[in-house]
Design a protein around this ligand. Structure first.
Ligand code: DUC
Ligand code: ZN
Ligand code: ZN
Length: 472
């Protein structure tokens, strides 16, 4: 076959299942050939000595999401997708968030306006369901699911977002009926409120007490409850941002019983600990996220659970708030009690290199890396096989990795609009160098090369877990 737009030659092509030495032929934005010696292209990229992986799919990130406390996310779809691309991610799935008392369809319309004409790479939307009234359940959600918004997040905490158990059951029953995928933020809201009040009553309000207000029992209890609600409604769920031993144990217990419980973890649980919240002065606020990072032993448990298959998905949970900013971490001043500090850490660009370092250190295989960061994510959220793999007929979302390059992460290297990275000074081995989205080079040898606004919205099909029937 000849007449390609582009050939990537001599690379080692890696998918979730294979590692093969072959060329990749691209035409019309799609992979059209995988073979030993391809000829005849307008452009050839020599990938000798490099690995070619599918573009990452970030299944959990927050971009330009309206906030109820007056804070503002630093990354919109332009800077967020630029940073994603520079970190090897070619599809992002941020959240269109319903405001309580309002339509969820209008939240989706608003979110499209925020994204339109800005994204560098392709994007889909999850929904956040905060107010599942009869109209939302009977009309809006079925319509949205049919239109390609096939996954949604349910919160068990945060006053402006949380659902009670009965509401969760209603939403899970709907997910089952309509074939959608529910993601659950599992932390016990009342326990957090009670512990926060107790800490505040004794003046313990510094950033490090954020972790004390959300100990592992808070996450463990909610994780178990979410599993029970999934079991009652007989619908798969995915527990997001799992932080450590106790939630992992609940998920393993459920998986061993044959329940369809999927799970996600994030870089902050591999690289940060609660001690980082105690950094000098207010610096600890940079690492405030929920659930909070735990300790070194828990980091190891998360690495092990990634390797053993407890987790299917590795996301960034990129929640971009600037540190030195009155709309960011310092919204209530430089010494505000932890309860007022916007939750979240940036990580959309560093997600893949931080996990890849685990491949370099022998903790994970390269196939596992691809599965966790691209293939499983695309399957679970209805984007496979267009996204998440390298296969004939799929989009040519391809990343050429230099797996031998050592990079010390520093904020000035990154392309997000946040004024810090929690991973400052960490050295990783392996870096994405050249990134293609639908056959177009968007990052060339580490430098942004694409046109902002070229990214397309992706309606999602029915998620794979929702298609599988429960065993009798
Ligand atoms: N926790 C969330 O639930 N979302 C955004 C960031 C965070 O820390
Ligand atoms: Zn969450
Ligand atoms: Zn999140």
């Amino acid at each position: 076959m000849s007449g390609f737009d582009l050939i990537i030659r001599n690379g080692t092509v890696v998918t979730a299942s294979d590692l093969m030495r072959c060329d990749i032929g691209v035409r019309g934005g799609k992979v059209v050939a995988l073979a030993e010696h391809l000829e005849g292209a307008q452009r050839i990229i020599d990938a000798t000595g490099k690995h070619v992986l599918p573009g990452g799919v970030d299944g959990h990130c927050h971009l330009d999401q309206p906030m109820s406390d007056g804070s503002r996310m630093a990354d919109d779809f332009a800077s967020g997708t630029l940073a994603a691309a520079c970190g090897g991610t070619t599809t992002v799935i941020p959240f269109a968030c319903q405001t309580k008392g309002h339509s969820i369809i209008s939240a989706v319309e608003d979110y499209h306006r925020r994204a339109d004409g800005k994204a560098l790479v392709d994007y889909a939307f999850h929904l956040i369901v905060t107010d599942p009234g009869p109209r939302v359940l009977r009309e809006e959600l079925p319509q949205l699911i049919a239109d390609g918004y096939t996954s949604f997040k349910i919160y068990m905490t945060y006053d402006d977002l949380k659902l009670d158990d009965r509401q969760i059951l209603d939403v899970l029953a709907l997910a089952k009926r309509e074939g959608a995928m529910a993601m659950i933020h599992a932390e016990n809201s009342d326990c957090i409120a009670w512990l926060t009040a107790l800490l505040e009553s004794t003046g313990r309000t510094a950033p490090r007490f954020h972790a004390a207000a959300r100990p592992m029992a808070v996450e463990r209890e909610a994780t178990h409850r979410a599993i029970a609600l999934s079991e009652l409604t007989e619908v798969p769920i995915l527990i997001v941002h799992v932080s450590g031993r106790e939630a992992v144990a609940q998920i393993q217990w459920a998986q061993n019983r044959g329940l369809r419980i999927y799970a996600e973890t994030c870089p902050q649980y591999l690289y940060l600990t609660a001690d980082d919240l105690g950094r000098e002065g207010f610096e600890g606020a940079k690492c405030i996220c929920s659930p909070p990072p735990r300790d070194k032993a828990n980091q190891q448990i998360i690495w092990d659970a990634l390797a053993s298959g407890v987790f299917q998905v590795f996301s960034s949970d990129h929640a971009p708030f600037r540190f030195n900013d009155a709309q960011g971490k310092m919204i209530k001043g430089a010494n505000a009690p932890f309860r007022y500090v916007p939750n979240g850490v940036p990580g959309i660009e560093t997600r893949l290199p931080l996990l890849f370092d685990g491949v370099s250190k022998g903790r994970l295989s390269m196939n596992q890396f691809v599965a966790l960061t691209a293939t499983n994510v695309a399957k679970i959220y209805g984007l496979y096989p267009r996204k998440g793999t390298i296969a004939v007929g799929g989009d040519a979302d391809l990343v050429i990795w230099n797996t031998r390059r050592d990079v010390t992460i520093t904020n000035s290297l990154l392309h997000h609009n946040v004024d810090y990275t929690p991973y400052e000074g960490i050295t990783v081995r392996g870096w994405p160098e050249t990134v293609l989205s639908r056959g177009e080079i968007v990052v060339e040898r580490g430098k942004p090369a694409g046109t902002p606004g070229r990214g397309q919205f992706l309606p999602c099909a029915q998620p794979e877990p929702a298609r599988q029937k429960m065993p009798d």
